[in-house]
Design a protein around this ligand. Sequence first.
Ligand SMILES: NC(=O)c1ccc[n+]([C@@H]2O[C@H](COP(=O)([O-])OP(=O)(O)OC[C@H]3O[C@@H](n4cnc5c(N)ncnc54)[C@H](OP(=O)(O)O)[C@@H]3O)[C@@H](O)[C@H]2O)c1
Length: 499
Amino acid sequence: MHDALDVKVKEPVTFVIFGASGDLTRRKLMPALYTLFREGALANDFTIVGFARRDYEGAAFCELIGTALREYSRLPVEEESLTAFCSHLIYHRGDLSDPAAYSSLREKFEGDNALPANRLFYLSIDPGLIDPTVTQLSASGLITPPRETPWTRVVVEKPFGRDLKSAQALNQKLLAHLDETQIYRIDHYLGKETVQNILSFRFANTIFEPVFNRTHVDHIQITAAETVGMENNRGAFYDEYGALRDMVANHLFQLLCLVTMEPPDGLDARSIRNEKMKILGALKPAASTPEHPAGCFGQYAGDGEIKAFRKEDRVNPQSVTETFVALRMEINNWRWAGVPVYLRTGKCMAQKTTEIAIQFKAPAMQLFQHVACEGDICDLTGVKPNTLIFRIQPDEGIFLQVSAKRPSMQLVVESVDMDFSYSGRWTKDLPEAYERLLLDALRGDSTLFTRSDEVEAEWNVIEAILAEMAGRTPVPYAPGSWGPPEANSVHLSNDWKNE
Ligand SMILES: NC(=O)c1ccc[n+]([C@@H]2O[C@H](COP(=O)([O-])OP(=O)(O)OC[C@H]3O[C@@H](n4cnc5c(N)ncnc54)[C@H](OP(=O)(O)O)[C@@H]3O)[C@@H](O)[C@H]2O)c1
């Protein structure tokens, strides 16, 4: 078995994918399930039921999945393994609005050749279909009682609502049919190794935790930059949501929580989520001043190789949706009061990177001079402060920038990196985020999924940001840049980390 997948689902399970012909199923869900299967992480008695409207007669569903696996699986797809995997696949054609489709699904759990009774329903469907689907599952008797065997779990994809009101309404609707312990709201960032490593790094090493506070930290920067614009036909979805709702409301807030939360009482889901909730309750946008606004929205423009956002397919040509956002946030608690937290995310940026940089304060006294070089040009400056970086993608790892004496007759120091990269330490591939999260959902571990109160608290902060940003429209920026120059004034020292 693969080192990184060293746990196994022991119980028989039926994994029902609503939206089985969709993009997410083909690119992420099936490749993750295939890896779990190949690595022996699933019980022998498991079945995957694909549910959608399209017609896949006979072997057609296996062919669809085989094509997807050849393109997206991180493991090789030989004929023999594909045939073995397909022997666990069933296609159930149906329309989500049709009660008969659920009755016929229910019949598959009854009788002599019944499917494994534990069931995981994965809702890989349009967010507007979540409520009617769960209502129908409940009406058809497909949801078993909470905390009993056979169990029922429901995985819900993002986006979870578009604002506080819609998230609350969705929570209420789900909780009318399911217990909180049965709902798994997925945020795939939490399945990434470095993200999980944040807590180990902070709380398993005595040297870092004592300096993770306002006395020693100057500021925190969290960046999630993508080089691509609209892909996978996502224009219409993105135009409705924008960068703030698509990225900040979930991924960036979750990273922020993990890097700033207090030590949890234990590693169980409740303890960790309780601590994250405290951060979300204390988080708010910083006060704006004319010189230093608390936020900047941008939208990629351009006529070159990359089209402007407004010219993308299924995007309103007059769209004022932000494709870039930079924010200055504050955490009003004892540990972090006065420490700015900068968040930045965008499409069509200069580099693909997701990282958290914790910049410590400069030494109290400048004893040394520091060499800072850009290409061939070097300058002598004051000593650079230490920075601790959690790189989430690409090249996952943790890096500490420290000052060290440069070999020379003069006492001049230079920044050097103390590196821990996964690829340098372990030769095997890291598990994909979906592999980890599907395995957790199958095993009933909800630690890396978002609780109802967390989602609502996230939207609460987003509403405060929108109120702070009221009336500001996105500033155009060039594709391949780090966003509009105006974003620099959000940072108190104009010192965005651009790597
Ligand atoms: N794709 C991504 O990268 C991504 C990333 C993060 C989150 N998500 C979320 O994941 C979910 C799925 O996204 P996606 O990109 O896979 O969407 P998609 O490609 O549009 O797929 C939608 C699926 O739903 C099925 N469907 C639609 N209406 C149906 C109905 N009335 N009855 C039965 N099946 C129906 C479609 O199949 P038929 O047309 O055959 O019925 C298709 O399989 C969305 O909530 C999205 O926000 C996606």
